[in-house]
Design a protein around this ligand. Structure first.
Ligand code: CUO
Length: 669
């Protein structure tokens, strides 16, 4: 067939697609659509006509419904579509299939399945997956902005446009204490990281997509770190640590009014008022029935497994939870992923916690309302209840960790290697002080807003930022030979919410990872200099706030440096906000590389935020249990951090000094 229809694609390209690919109702007006969307196309791409596999029940989810992976029915549809995309012979066929599906499938479902496929196909791995903040900006920005943006798009010529400012505080007032940490919960980069993490580690899809090295353990560790970071922010704001959710009967005090629109559903995201209770779900449209009692049963069975040290598999055999792999199995059971050895028995505990909370306002669908923000991994971190739920999930993991053998001095020390000094240096600033403030950044909304004159429409957001700094670490190698080690850098608040010094057993859960990297030590004194921007936890600032149409380097080193992989803690959130002078303890350890080493080549892309995201298609780049050396109860006799230290570790008091000033988009350091 002569391709006649132009559909607008990224970077001003026009796809010439066979007419049959259009939805039935548009096929007769194909050429008019060309004229409307094709005239300013810079590039034309011809799309092959192929014999298309049936989309089957995938099209049953209406295009104007919200989509989420936390609903089993939705994720089954996503799994089917991912399989179709993964099964396409080559990239030409994939493009044909994608365009055909794009016209028929729920857009959020499409975007998710297509992104997973692009990340996992060998022939598309090097493509940039468009950032979801550009495809679905409504999930990230105050709904008020969009009518302003529409107005600007229609009236103001592109060159005269100025960014639309989004206020830093728009979801609540200071009457609500929880609002003090809204800057963390609603941060664009934090939410993008969480979305990308779940995109890289789906819990249901083809086995080869789900079955990644230590994914259950990373589910535990990445979310444990989110909790540690959130608790640090709370202490900076003179709030107590999150109270973990414990009781399915108890009213949930935390209210949340997200003030987001759902673009596909043309509805606002539902809110939750204070003191609501979780209730049994009966939502036939979503194919979900779930009793709160069922959640209790799953929880009790999980605790049973932890306390007995064995899990029961589908054939009723007892499988021990081992010292190193047990946490990985448990992660898959609790999340749950399809790697759970017995989902019929242990259920889908964590995921269903999201779901049951997300429908608290309409558990039987009598009001025909969709799920709240906690029911979507792109928006879940905005809701204060996310942290209460995840504090509970983390507590389950910590219960398991408490059953493991404690690290002996020999498992912690690196004989002959001594950390002698640590310093934090900011350019022109005092030593051992982190400086934080607000910064504004611009994000282009226009790609996520269809049917209007094109051109950039920037929204200017205000987010936390810190001054770049360097670590200077002096390490003495007393042996006569070169030594290899891993430098592990963590930080924790120095005092608890009452202002008391920590007991080690509480403080160990408060350490946030800042960096981890390999070091080569020559005999004698070694000075290690490391820039904060090299952190193994974060992705570069530019990756969070990149705009799709920005000029970007191609090929070789330039590409590797300007890394677009979306998973990784946003660099601007590396350091908690602090306050006038927030006291912390910086911890540095050099561990023996013999126990850390993973032999693999990690050159390539998506390798710079390995601590929370792993490395694409590789083994997790550290053989130790995740969270080492803070992942277990301390050895007998250790009550404080000082008592925990071996000579290859050192602690230094530092402070985070926050100034309540805001710098512009171009200024930094
Ligand atoms: Cu990331 Cu509960 O897993 O949100």
């Amino acid at each position: 067939t002569e391709p006649i229809v132009g559909l607008k694609g990224p970077q001003n390209a026009q796809f010439n697609v066979p007419t049959e690919y259009l939805k039935d109702e548009y096929q007769s007006i194909g050429s008019q659509i060309v004229n409307r969307f094709g005239e300013d196309a810079g590039e034309k791409i011809n799309v092959n006509q192929i014999s298309l596999p049936s989309l089957g029940e995938i099209v049953n989810l209406p295009r104007d419904e919200n989509f989420t992976l936390f609903i089993p029915y939705h994720r089954r549809l996503a799994g089917r579509l991912i399989d179709i995309f993964l099964g396409m012979r080559d990239t030409d066929d994939l493009l044909s299939m994608a365009i055909y599906a794009r016209e028929r499938v729920n857009p959020i479902l499409f975007n998710y399945a297509f992104s997973v496929a692009l990340l996992h196909r060998k022939d598309t791995q090097d493509l940039d997956v468009p950032s979801v903040v550009h495809s679905f900006p409504h999930k990230y920005f105050d709904s008020k902005l969009f009518s302003k943006a529409r107005e600007v798009a229609h009236i103001v010529p592109e060159r005269s446009r100025t960014p639309i400012e989004m206020p830093k505080d728009y979801t609540a007032s200071d009457l609500e204490e929880e609002h003090r940490v809204a800057y963390f919960r609603e941060d664009v980069g934090v939410n993008l990281h969480h979305w990308h993490w779940h995109l890289v580690y789906p819990f249901e899809a083809a086995l080869e997509v789900v079955n990644k090295n230590r994914r259950g353990e990373l589910f535990y560790y990445m979310h444990q770190q989110i909790m540690a970071r959130y608790n640090a922010e709370r202490l900076c704001n003179r709030m107590k640590r999150v109270e973990r959710f414990t009781n399915f009967e108890e009213p949930i005090q935390e209210a949340y009014f997200p003030k987001l629109d759902s673009i596909v559903a043309s509805r606002t995201w539902p809110a939750r008022v204070a003191n609501m209770r979780l209730r049994n779900l009966r939502r036939e449209a979503d194919q979900i029935t779930l009793d709160v009692d069922e959640m209790r049963r799953w929880r009790d069975r999980i605790f049973e497994a932890i306390h007995s040290g064995v899990i029961r598999n589908e054939n009723n055999q007892n499988i021990p939870l081992t010292e190193f792999e047990g946490i990985d199995v448990l992660g898959n059971i609790i999340e749950a992923s399809i790697l759970s050895p017995n989902q019929a028995y242990y259920g889908d505990y964590h995921n269903m916690g999201h779901t049951i909370a997300s429908y608290i306002h309409d558990p039987d669908n009598r009001h025909l309302e969709s799920f709240g923000v906690i029911g979507d991994s792109a928006t879940a971190m905005r809701d204060p209840f996310f942290y209460r739920w995840h504090a509970h999930i983390d507590d389950i993991f910590q219960n398991f960790k408490s059953t493991l053998p404690r690290y002996t001095v020999a498992q912690l020390n690196y004989p002959g290697v001594t950390v002698q000094d640590i310093q934090i240096q900011t350019l022109g600033g005092p030593t051992n002080v982190f400086e934080t403030f607000w910064q504004q950044s611009d994000v282009d909304l226009s790609r996520g807003m269809d049917f209007q004159p094109r051109g950039t429409i920037n929204v200017r957001i205000t987010h936390l930022q810190h001054r770049n700094f360097n670590y200077k670490i002096i390490v003495n190698n007393q042996s006569n030979a070169a030594r290899e080690g891993t430098c592990r850098i963590f930080m924790s608040p120095k005092y608890d919410e009452r202002g008391n010094p920590w007991l080690f057993r509480d403080q160990k859960g408060m350490f946030i990872e800042l960096d981890k990297f390999k070091v080569n030590l020559t005999p004698g004194s070694n000075t290690i200099n490391r820039a904060s921007t090299e952190s193994s936890v974060t992705i570069p600032f530019e990756s969070t706030f990149r705009n799709l149409d920005d000029a970007r380097p191609t090929g070789g080193d330039a590409l590797a440096q300007f890394n677009f992989c979306g998973c990784g803690w946003p660099h601007h959130m590396l350091i908690p906000r602090g306050n006038e002078r927030f006291e912390c303890q910086l911890f540095v350890m050099i561990s023996d590389y013999a126990g850390d080493r993973i032999d693999q080549n990690i050159e390539g892309r998506c390798n710079d935020a390995g601590s929370y995201c792993g490395i694409k298609d590789k083994l997790y780049p550290d053989r130790r249990s995740m969270g080492y050396p803070f992942d277990r109860q301390p050895r007998t006799g250790v009550d404080t951090l000082q008592q925990f230290l071996t000579p290859n570790m050192r602690v230094r008091d530092v402070s985070i000094n926050f100034t309540n000033r805001t710098i512009g988009p171009a200024q930094r350091n």
